[in-house]
Design a protein around this ligand. Structure first.
Ligand code: UDP
Length: 236
């Protein structure tokens, strides 16, 4: 099974997925492993957009007494640091990339311009979307859903620590049952922790399926892309 099922995808990498075992900051062995997996699918001719989170550095909602807006802007800046780390790692492998930021910082990266992003994708460049949506009170999951809709990605690959969506937390409940398939309505009604509800409803309304899978297992990005049933698919 080496034929990709999709031509253009959005890969959502949480900040945590870049932190490796230490759970905080950036672990370059981990980032390089992810980059190799991305290179594999680029070499197959797949167009890859990526949204990176920031939770390995900073999360707005866990900022104590700080006002939420400031804390959220700090979170968005954290995603830019991660985006640059991923960019550097991909470029060391010879993969062409562009970082586009939702908050302008044009000495550092391009501002987000949809038409430019699409052109980069067509040229085989990985476009890393940084700074989330550019707005506080949102998440990078919502940014992934929004950018996926804008660039007309066929699917969002949601890379997680766990290998899919369960009916309860598999780290707490050893009898937790994994779903192979779910609808967005089920996710929203059962309040399953896939994405936040803003992101889930954006995907539902724009008919963008999500595949949730574990990134820790090497080779999984390619497997998911080639249609292997290893995670949980959420669709309409
Ligand atoms: N954030 C935001 N608006 C966005 C995206 C992110 O305010 O559109 C902030 C928010 O504070 C969030 C932080 O950036 O906690 C890091 O993003 P997120 O928690 O989504 O990262 P992940 O959990 O994927 O690592």
């Amino acid at each position: 099974m080496n034929t990709p099922k999709y031509k253009r995808i959005m890969l959502k990498l949480s900040g945590e997925s870049l932190a490796g075992e230490q759970g905080f900051g950036i672990d370059f062995d981990t980032v390089n492993r992810i980059s190799k997996e991305i290179k594999e699918i680029i070499d197959m001719g797949v167009e890859v957009g990526a949204v990176v989170g920031g939770g390995n550095i900073w999360r707005g909602r866990s900022s104590g007494d700080m006002d939420r807006t400031t804390a959220d802007y700090m979170g968005m800046l954290a995603t830019c640091i991660n985006a640059m780390a991923l960019q550097s790692s991909l470029e060391q492998l010879g993969v062409m990339t562009r970082v586009q930021t939702a908050i302008e910082m044009k000495e550092v990266a391009e501002p987000y311009i949809r038409r430019k992003a699409v052109r980069h994708l067509e040229k085989g460049r990985v476009v890393i979307f940084a700074a989330g949506t550019g707005n506080p009170y949102f998440s990078t999951d919502t940014a992934a859903a929004l950018r996926a809709a804008e660039i007309e990605a066929e699917v969002i690959l949601l890379a997680k620590k766990v290998d899919g969506v369960y009916d309860s937390d598999p780290n707490i409940n050893s009898n937790a049952v994994k779903f192979d398939k779910l609808s967005f309505t089920e996710v929203l009604e059962k309040d399953l922790k896939v994405m936040d509800s803003t992101a889930s409803s954006l995907c539902r309304d724009n008919n963008i399926p999500i595949i949730v899978f574990a990134l820790d297992e090497p080779g999984n990005i390619k497997k998911v892309l080639c249609g292997e049933n290893i995670g949980t698919t959420v669709g309409n």
